[in-house]
Design a protein around this ligand. Sequence first.
Ligand SMILES: N[C@@H](CCC(=O)N[C@@H](CS)C(=O)NCC(=O)O)C(=O)O
Length: 319
Amino acid sequence: MGLLKNGEWQDTWYDTSDGEFKREAAQLRNWVGAEADEQGFPAESGRYHLYVSLACPWAHRTLIFRKLKALENHIDVSVVSPYMLKHGWTFDRSEGSTGDRLHEADYLHQLYTRNKADYTGRVTVPVLWDKVQGRIVNNESAEIIRMFNSAFNHITGNQDDYYPEALRGDIDAVNEDVYEHINNGVYRCGFATEQSAYEDAYLALFAALDRVEERLSKQRYLAGSRITEADWRLFTTLIRFDAVYHGHFKCNRQRLEDFPALSGYVRELYQWPGLEETVNFSHIKGHYYYSHTMINPTQIIPAGPDIDFTSSHDRQQMS
Ligand SMILES: N[C@@H](CCC(=O)N[C@@H](CS)C(=O)NCC(=O)O)C(=O)O
């Protein structure tokens, strides 16, 4: 685990000197198909390459949108190794990993310096790479999924809209709560180095889970009767919850399986056509338990839990 300083790789853990984990904002924020960027990053089949980790909940969002929006034949993917140690994300061809299918790089940080030789910052997945210009388009998952939602529609013919105009106010409000207290909230629990920082994050996390549980006990999806990006953004944290966050990150007031609405909801989304192919528990558990040696110095990867996400749920009855 580390970061780049003026293009040099440094093996250092997050700075949690005040006890709290603070996520660095993604720096590379260009937009495929935006009017001002039409010259720079036009939507074209085969032009862009997506770098992901199957373990990472942020990268998982982009893989889900690639699937939902029928982009698999238009945007290729490289999958990093699940184990993120002194070189950060690396490439190999072990089970489920692909190696760097574009550049044959050994380390993800080499792509960041290929993009900008003196880059300073964290080296994160996902990354959307432009093969024509040989540079990174964007490394912020929230923006990559918005591009995937609409920028390639004329190429794929897929018009499904997960950020519909009429629901944007509601989606944005839910996203903010879910991002702050759940998606990032589990990390704020797990990476805290002071008891009080952990407890604050833990209380905020479970208060937010109670809010989404309540909402989903009355309506089928977060923004009503229609599935939207807000649901997929929540899903990638929920699917990891009992396997990783409950134990490894100490998010243990209760399991996700103990929430009546959320446990059905996570199953409905898992059973969405094609979705299961984007979920890899061996990378998910392997990554967290083996990489975070200051939380789990033995690097033992737990065998359980044994949860059947293909079992039936009763969400069909909801409006
Ligand atoms: N804001 C980014 C966050 C991505 C992120 O933090 N990814 C993690 C993996 S789950 C990562 O690559 N961490 C490496 C690091 O922080 O050094 C996004 O949503 O795309």
